[in-house]
Design a protein around this ligand. Structure first.
Ligand SMILES: Cc1cc2nc3c(=O)[nH]c(=O)nc-3n(C[C@H](O)[C@H](O)[C@H](O)COP(=O)(O)O)c2cc1C
Length: 229
């Protein structure tokens, strides 16, 4: 039976819920699933978290419009890390597949950035990252900004990235009166002609994305060999 490790970090519970849903779906497909929740040494005040992210904000228009700028930026930006507690599963080499979950903090979250430099045994592993963010799955602002830096770090550790997936949490911790959620709901209507809720775990598009992802990383009618390919 193929062995799957689902490891995730979640600050406010949304990525944790997605990790649970994925674990249930993957078990239904006949895989043996272990899980690890990354825990931080110390929670940072939420108003401190965005400080390392500020340098991109004045450059956002050029980031969004220039693929060349994005390629350069993803190589040079400072990826903040955050201290994490000792891992229950520090060596992932026993697994056929690793699913790595993070909330989007503009890029990957700081604790997941630390996990990527801490975990061993990633060389030659099949890895599929998954995420939650507030917005709809915008191609550049959400998907590329998160997954390109995350996947290049995985490849640098010798892993093979087999797929990626994200759903909206319809939740943002900033600012005071749900301003960011309202902005992303508006953007979802404009860009996708669909309400943001459709892209959450409770919405049709979010649920379809979970099934698609699980079908790719752990096909239903697979032989053990197919899942390990
Ligand atoms: C520092 C920080 C940066 C964030 N950046 C984004 C972002 O770029 N796009 C977005 O849609 N949501 C962003 N969010 C919202 C989170 O991605 C979203 O609330 C996520 O679902 C939280 O996951 P969790 O509950 O597992 O921690 C950010 C949140 C934080 C704390």
């Amino acid at each position: 039976m193929p062995r799957v490790l689902i490891v995730h970090y979640s600050r406010t519970g949304h990525t944790a819920r997605l990790a649970e849903v994925l674990a249930a779906e993957i078990r239904l497909r006949g895989c043996d699933v272990d899980t690890e929740a990354i825990r931080v040494e110390r929670d940072w005040n939420r108003w401190l978290l965005p400080l390392p992210l500020l340098p991109l904000l004045p450059l956002l228009p050029v980031y969004l419009t220039s693929a060349r700028f994005r390629r350069v930026w993803h190589r040079i930006y400072h990826q903040q890390e955050q201290a994490i507690r000792p891992l229950a599963i520090p060596d992932v080499s026993a697994y056929d597949l690793v699913l790595l979950g993070t909330p989007k903090w503009l890029y990957l979250s700081f604790p997941v950035a630390r996990w990527l430099t801490t975990a061993v045994g990633l060389e030659g592993r099949r890895v599929a990252p998954f995420a939650t963010f507030c917005g709809p799955p915008l191609k550049v602002f959400e998907m590329e900004m998160l997954f390109e830096p995350l996947e290049s770090r995985l490849r640098a550790r010798g892993a093979t990235v087999v797929d990626r997936m994200a759903v909206s949490s319809n939740y943002h911790p900033y600012f005071f009166f749900g301003e960011m959620e309202r902005l992303f709901r508006f953007v979802s209507r404009m860009a996708f002609k669909r309400p943001l809720i459709d892209f959450t775990l409770d919405g049709a598009a979010g649920q379809a994305e979970v099934r698609r992802f699980c079908d790719v990383v752990c096909p239903r009618n697979r032989t053990d060999q197919a899942c390990k390919k």
